[in-house]
Design a protein around this ligand. Structure first.
Ligand SMILES: [Zn+2]
Length: 235
């Protein structure tokens, strides 16, 4: 299976992007039972396509993806939807620039979010998050309440990623390529920080150099190349 990573032109393409994203992040340490979900904004802009409840991330196919209206205040209660679908809906409503959202429970990111330490700019991975990764502390439980979901979106702000303390991560991208890149890169950065902190004191990239490097490190055509590589990986 492969699909262009840009905003989907059809419902079929949207469902395929969600399935691929689930399978890809599963290969990168994001699998946790049948939990975690990816979504994309649909071609019309006012719906989302999101993984349904029931399957593990690694086994999601387009048939396991459902469409939910962003205009339906009870959309998150749609039968078959994950309990935390509200987090996706509120992120899209708050951020017209967002075309894809992923929520998972990757081990190293969850561990980092359960400490008082911020994500440190220790390698190129951290450059994808130039304004840091904020932490939502509203609840350690599932985010099933639209009020909590709006608070997650507020904490996320204009950024690519937020940690949910003692729980997981939420990442947002302009399209599926960038959301998957954020999910994989955040977990890699958290893992790297864990390894580095075992070896010795952390020495982050200086702020000014990080700002310079961030401009060239992550570019749109690179995101295309990475997306194609991930699609080959799960083919
Ligand atoms: Zn969760």
């Amino acid at each position: 299976m492969t699909a262009p990573g840009r905003p989907p032109a059809t419902a079929e393409e949207a469902a395929l992007q969600v399935a691929l994203a689930c399978q890809i992040v599963a290969r990168h340490g994001h699998e946790d039972l049948t939990l975690g979900h990816a979504s994309v904004r649909g071609p019309a802009g006012n719906t989302i396509f999101i993984k349904k409840k029931g399957k593990a991330l690694r086994e999601v196919t387009p048939a396991d993806v459902m469409e939910i209206s962003l205009e339906d205040p009870d959309g998150h209660l749609t039968p078959g939807a994950h309990l935390e679908t509200t987090m996706h809906i509120e992120a899209y409503l708050a951020r017209p620039d967002v075309g894809a959202v992923i929520h998972t429970h990757p081990l190293h990111s969850v561990a980092l979010g359960a400490t008082d330490r911020p994500l440190a700019m220790l390698s190129h991975d951290g450059l994808l998050f130039p304004d840091g990764v904020p932490v939502f502390t509203g609840t350690a439980g599932l985010v099933t309440d639209p009020g909590h979901a709006r608070e997650v979106a507020r904490v996320l702000g204009h950024r690519r990623a937020a940690l949910l303390r003692n729980h997981g991560i939420l990442v947002a991208g302009e399209d599926i390529r960038w959301a998957v890149l954020a999910a994989i890169t955040l977990e890699r950065a958290a893992r790297l920080q864990f390894v580095a902190s075992v070896i010795g004191g952390l020495v982050p990239i200086p702020d000014e150099m990080a700002a310079e490097l961030a401009e060239v490190k992550y570019q749109d055509d690179f995101a295309d190349e990475y997306w194609q590589d991930w699609c080959r990986m799960v083919a």
